[in-house]
Design a binder for this molecule. Structure first.
Ligand code: ADP
Ligand code: MG
Length: 187
């Protein structure tokens, strides 16, 4: 279980990564942590890749329709200047960012900020997704969430693509993906 460090002011920054399959609750968990940081009167900045326009270009939205405003970003390095004034930095859908996101998160944490990153650990093939393996390695805290397998009700770690497209990035929701456990993913 992830215990939120309480007294931010007396510590250096750090990196939290929240990963898992689609529908595992990553965005919900990110929003929950960010809302609590706001309650603690922290200055909170939230960023997302501009490629992800599924619900709203300027918001992150969970599958339960929980939302917070977020700044759409094309290149990871843009976050550095934009995040300067914030004590807590939230980043959703980190798998879609370029490799520079790793250095960006480290730089922010080294500058004393709490960095909370959410993203898909695996693509629809079950392979590590973009910069996520590196982010997981450098994180100080890692939370791996699970969805409910659509086939058997088991613990789902995989995002099974039900459409025929074989590109690594196909934006979609239940129209393109099902959360599945290892067994149902492989059959
Ligand atoms: P993620 O960001 O990981 O894709 P969200 O935080 O947006 O996930 O959404 C999580 C919510 O999705 C759950 O609280 C639940 O209401 C809904 N949901 C839909 N399908 C599933 C599933 N197969 N397993 C678990 N939750 C699901
Ligand atoms: Mg999400």
């Amino acid at each position: 279980m992830f215990i939120e460090p309480i007294n931010h002011s007396q510590q250096a920054g750090w990196i939290e990564v929240v990963c898992g399959s689609m529908f595992s609750g990553k965005t919900e968990e990110l929003i929950r942590r960010l809302k609590r940081a706001k309650i603690a009167n922290m200055q909170v900045g939230i960023f997302k890749p501009s490629i992800d326009i599924r619900y709203h270009a300027g918001k992150i939205v969970s599958h339960d329709d929980n939302t917070v405003n977020a700044v759409p970003i094309q290149w990871a390095k843009e976050i550095l200047a934009l995040a300067e004034a914030y004590e807590v930095v939230g980043i959703d859908e980190a798998q879609f960012f370029d490799a520079e996101i790793v250095h960006v998160c480290e730089t922010l944490a080294n500058a004393g900020k709490r960095v909370i990153v959410a993203g898909l650990d695996m693509d629809y093939m079950g392979k590590p997704f973009g910069p996520m393996p590196a982010l997981l390695s450098i994180a100080n805290f890692v939370t791996k969430l699970h969805a409910v397998c659509i086939k058997c009700g088991g613990i789902a770690s995989y995002s099974f693509r039900i459409s025929a497209n074989t590109d690594q990035v196909v934006l979609g929701e239940k129209d393109h993906y099902e959360a599945r456990c290892r067994n149902c993913f492989n059959t």
